[in-house]
Design a protein around this ligand. Structure first.
Ligand SMILES: NC(=O)c1ccc[n+]([C@@H]2O[C@H](COP(=O)([O-])OP(=O)(O)OC[C@H]3O[C@@H](n4cnc5c(N)ncnc54)[C@H](OP(=O)(O)O)[C@@H]3O)[C@@H](O)[C@H]2O)c1
Length: 339
């Protein structure tokens, strides 16, 4: 029986939280590579919050996925047939195949991975885009100094977990914010943050204040909403705020209720001389070599730990993705497509 390929396409643009009918699983014939091309088979699919943005056609920094088009994603793939002299059958590559089992490639945009150096799935997490986001956003904008207090939201996740651990490497106090006692315990006990506060606890703002007795010198924003409302009054003079993500708003259908008005925020920006800077990881491409030098070394030294949350099978990608947007993932969300 010839192998059948499968893909998940965007069936409709979600209004509010994505739902199963916004996705459609399709089968198609495994494509045949032409001259210079190769056939890639997906091993690992990365699920990331930015994909919620790609499902919407609201103006953004990147083009949306079109209706009936394959959902976009970073992947780790195996070369199963090659007419390209630079790649051999059996090579493992970092690719952008999207939510599908097979793809043709002419080799552009691919990076070979060495499974002897690190598990290849880490190229989508701690050693990939989320790790680089944490590294560059924290060091280039957050600029943690010894003895300072660094707070990060979504602290058990792919980006946040690395932010807090790098803050500690730089001699700062790391305070995480995460959803629920299990995630908070992991962040404190396994990742070594100084504190981790549950944003779902009714007295969350008070607890955060107690955890930051000297205020907050850098806040790595992944979430927005009620978490920002609790952080904002604690910011110190000259605090730095890398604005990395606003996941609490991604599926909002109207402007979220937030406690502080623009006038109050601008007043604090002026009087406390705050630096609030949004960034997209690709802004810091020039730092990629530094990232590739430092983070693998810190992992080797046991200074950075990571956790993966693995769903099995392409058909389970939509549920895992919808769950991640609600905090059901515990660590970097991946889908294992093939061994
Ligand atoms: N700027 C960039 O270039 C860039 C690149 C990569 C990622 N990002 C952003 O970085 C952030 C983290 O991404 P990630 O890949 O590391 O994902 P992640 O943290 O592994 O997963 C998302 C987490 O967000 C938290 N969350 C969801 N809704 C929330 C809410 N209403 N309030 C508080 N927390 C909520 C949940 O954690 P809890 O259970 O702990 O609440 C969930 O587990 C996202 O905002 C993403 O868009 C930005």
């Amino acid at each position: 029986m010839p192998e059948t390929a499968r893909r998940i396409v965007l069936a409709s643009r979600p209004v509010g939280e994505p739902k199963p009918s916004d996705f459609r699983l399709e089968e198609f014939a495994v494509p045949q590579p032409g001259p210079g091309q190769m056939l890639l088979r997906t091993k690992w699919l990365s699920l990331d919050p930015y994909m919620r943005g790609r499902m919407s056609d609201a103006p953004s920094y990147a083009k949306p996925v079109g209706i009936d088009e394959v959902m976009e994603a970073g992947t780790v793939s195996e070369v199963v047939e090659s007419n390209n002299p630079k790649y051999q059958k059996g090579d493992i590559v970092l690719s952008r195949a999207g939510w599908q089992t097979h793809m043709l490639s002419d080799g552009s945009g691919l990076r070979k991975l060495d499974p002897n150096v690190a598990p290849v799935s880490t190229a989508l997490g701690v050693l990939g885009m989320p790790g680089m986001t944490a590294y560059a956003g924290l060091l280039e904008i957050g600029k943690p100094q010894p003895g300072e207090t660094v707070v990060v939201s979504a602290a058990s996740g792919a980006v946040g977990s690395v932010v807090g651990q790098i803050a500690r490497i730089k001699g700062a106090r790391a305070v995480g914010i995460a959803g629920g006692p299990d995630k908070c315990r992991y962040v404190k006990e396994e990742l070594g943050f100084d504190e981790c506060i549950d944003h779902r606890a009714p007295d969350f703002p008070d607890k955060l204040k107690t955890a930051c007795p000297k205020g907050i010198d850098a806040y790595f924003e992944n979430v927005s909403g009620a978490v920002w409302d609790a952080v904002f009054p604690l910011l110190n003079t000259f605090a730095r705020i890398p604005v990395c993500g606003l996941i609490a708003q991604y599926s909002a259908t109207e402007a979220p209720e937030m406690k502080f008005r623009t006038s109050q925020i601008f007043r604090a920006v002026l009087t406390k001389r705050l630096t609030i800077r949004g960034f997209i990881v690709t802004d810091f491409a020039a730092k990629h070599a530094d990232f590739q030098r430092d983070v693998p070394q810190w992992i080797k030294e046991g200074k950075i730990k990571y956790r993966e949350d693995i769903a099995d099978g392409l058909e389970n990608a939509p549920a895992a993705f919808m769950g991640m947007l609600k905090g059901k993932n515990f660590g970097k969300q991946l889908v294992r497509i093939a061994e």
